[in-house]
Design a protein around this ligand. Structure first.
Ligand SMILES: Cc1cc2nc3c(=O)[nH]c(=O)nc-3n(C[C@H](O)[C@H](O)[C@H](O)COP(=O)(O)OP(=O)(O)OC[C@H]3O[C@@H](n4cnc5c(N)ncnc54)[C@H](O)[C@@H]3O)c2cc1C
Length: 560
């Protein structure tokens, strides 16, 4: 699609713009969006459905660092023969492990329990061909390993970048929004600081000043201070730093729910500081993009094509049921639910922490590396899709709902090319905290959601459906999703290299600096591949993998 015009959020007529911008499709060229009224940052806006140009990430330090790690794996000394590496779990962590192991000259065998790829980014199509997902997923500029992965697979054009803003629904005025707009002409951290200073809807000047003073130690003492804050919840930190309670209510409830699906009185302050650091230190860090369709198809399948085309294997419906140990205590095979055994030279778990804990052999359970992990636990979350009979007032962006039950939401019929419709809205909403709701019926959850939507769309949605009508809905519950980031859990996260010589871990819960996120998952897979390369590529290697029975006779592999 040829480039045509740029749009700023304040322009009323799309066709008067001069600058070029890549557009999505003809359907997306028209201003189908909202006119939002108010004062200051709530002034009249016309938000347009267009793709924004991809930010210039390639020259940023984190992107270059991530590119250097990809190059290290690609250029690693070739092993004497490719090692067969059995990986359990085809979420982004397992897929990334497999991809980077093939880059380093190995042959991964990726086992996935289900018949769908992607784990927490898994998605399906219903009988009408409409996509529904495990979670509404946003890709940030501050995801250097994910951005590198998209480039390496040559699928960067599948990310639909939105304007550089964070948009919060007003808590007090139904149907209104408050924006943090990051000016394009300023580098980090000044673009973020100006975005905060220019927003006068959510925080008063004295509140902003007190909050800034509270953050001073993080700015002065940096990483050491950030790590030390893992002993406090967000709410405890706010009180200790003398930050007004309203800052918590106005900003941090929404942020905590978006980051970890829990409230600030449970979330570790370290989590917030890490996110602020990433978003504010990088000029495009908080810029957001939507994938242009279903993640298994648009992101996971290209990864599979990549490693299968280079000698790797994918086996779906292959659930790991037991980790088989040899006499030396190392892994001898992965026994699957159908009774078969898959053997290789090395083994990786890329399963989430909860199923992994259940499968750990008893003889490992006492090792501190594994016993610490037993305290990590997934948090419940619910992802809701509601297809309406009409197009609602819409914004081409992620929105922070700031309501009791909902976290973030988006009209996917506007934000995502693969779900586009000019005549009907599909709202995708993250329902959190979900602890009290995870066992409730879908109908109860939809009824509660509609009551909250009445406030977000006062002129168009009524809880009794006397206005917009629900055509259909899908409620996807994940009782154990990403690990709950409560105080103290940073120390419990395991590294990718385990104490067992031929066993490694990947997964968003493993140690890496991007919390539980798609970036964390992809990075963890890359780190697991790096550990394997460092331990094995330069070594003289053992004989090819044999059956479990044959392997019992062989010596235990030792790490460097
Ligand atoms: C509702 C929701 C919204 C989210 N929004 C965002 C967002 O906007 N941005 C963002 O960056 N992150 C977001 N996340 C987090 C992100 O999805 C995860 O951090 C990431 O996808 C985790 O990847 P993973 O590979 O570590 O684990 P998973 O995706 O959980 O993958 C693990 C895989 O292991 C498989 N498995 C489990 N047991 C076995 C077994 N016994 N044998 C074989 N395979 C097994 C599973 O089926 C799964 O495929 C969101 C998550 C949810 C739930």
């Amino acid at each position: 699609m040829p480039c045509t015009r740029i749009c700023s959020q304040e322009c009323a007529v799309l066709h008067n713009h001069r600058c070029p911008v890549r557009q999505k499709s003809l359907a997306f060229q028209h201003s189908r969006a909202a006119v939002l009224r108010g004062s200051n940052s709530r002034r009249s806006l016309r938000v347009l459905a267009v793709d924004y140009p991809a930010p210039q990430l390639e020259t940023s330090a984190p992107f270059l660092q991530a590119a250097a790690l990809s190059a290290k794996l690609r250029e690693a000394p070739r092993p004497e023969r490719p090692l067969q590496i059995v990986i359990a779990g085809a979420g982004l962590a397992g897929l990334s492990t497999a991809k980077y192991l093939t880059d380093a000259g190995h042959e991964p065998i990726l086992l996935e329990a289900r018949d769908v790829l992607g784990g927490k980014v898994a998605a399906w199509k219903d009988e009408d061909g409409d996509i529904y997902e495990t979670g509404l997923h946003i890709f940030f500029g501050a995801y250097p390993n994910v951005q590198n992965l998209f480039s390496e697979l040559q699928i960067q054009d599948r990310l639909q970048w939105k304007e550089h803003s964070m948009i919060f629904a007003s808590r007090d005025i139904p149907g209104q929004f408050s924006r943090f707009d990051f000016p394009q002409w300023l580098p980090a951290p000044f673009n973020g600081i100006l975005a905060i200073l220019r927003n006068n809807d959510m925080l008063t000047w004295p509140e902003k000043i007190k909050f800034a003073l509270g953050l001073l130690p993080a700015i002065i003492f940096g990483q050491r201070y950030v790590e030390e804050q893992d002993d406090k919840t967000v709410t405890e930190w706010m009180r200790k730093q003398g930050v007004p309670e309203r800052v918590n209510d106005e900003v941090f409830i929404a942020m905590a729910k978006a980051l970890n699906f829990i409230n600030p009185d449970e979330l570790s302050m370290q989590c917030i500081l890490i996110a602020l650091n990433r978003f504010l230190q990088e000029t495009h860090g908080s810029k957001m993009a939507f994938l242009d369709g279903s993640p298994p198809e648009r992101l996971c399948q290209p990864i599979v094509d990549y490693f299968v085309g280079r000698g790797g294997q994918l086996r779906t419906k292959s659930r790991l049921q037991k980790v088989l140990l040899g006499s030396g205590g190392d892994v001898e095979g992965f026994q699957l639910a159908d009774g078969s055994t898959v053997t290789g030279d090395l083994y990786v778990s890329a399963m989430p922490v909860d199923p992994l804990k259940k499968l750990l052999p008893a003889s490992w359970a006492q090792m501190p590396y594994f016993s610490k992990m037993s305290q990590l636990k997934g948090v419940p979350v619910i992802n809701i899709h509601i297809w309406f009979d009409r197009k609602l007032t819409t914004v081409d962006h992620l929105l922070f709902s700031r309501s009791d039950l909902l976290s973030v939401y988006a009209d996917m019929s506007t934000c995502c090319k693969g779900m586009a419709s000019d005549t009907m809205s599909m709202l995708e909403l993250v329902f959190a905290p979900a602890e009290k709701w995870i066992n409730r019926s879908d109908q109860d959850i939809i009824d509660a959601t509609m009551t909250e939507l009445e406030r977000l769309f006062p002129t168009e949605v009524a809880a009794d459906q006397s206005k917009a009508k629900i055509r259909k809905y899908k409620v996807i519950k994940t009782p154990l999703s990403v690990y709950k980031t409560v105080p103290g859990c940073e120390l419990l996260r395991p590294t990718q290299r385990s104490p067992i010589p031929n066993f490694y871990l990947a997964g968003d819960f493993t140690k890496q600096r991007y919390l539980a996120s798609m970036e964390g998952a992809v990075f963890s897979g890359k780190l697991a591949a790096e550990a394997i390369v460092e331990d094995w590529n330069a070594k003289s290697l053992p004989a090819p993998a044999q059956s479990a029975a044959q392997k019992q006779e062989e010596p235990v592999l030792q790490k460097a």
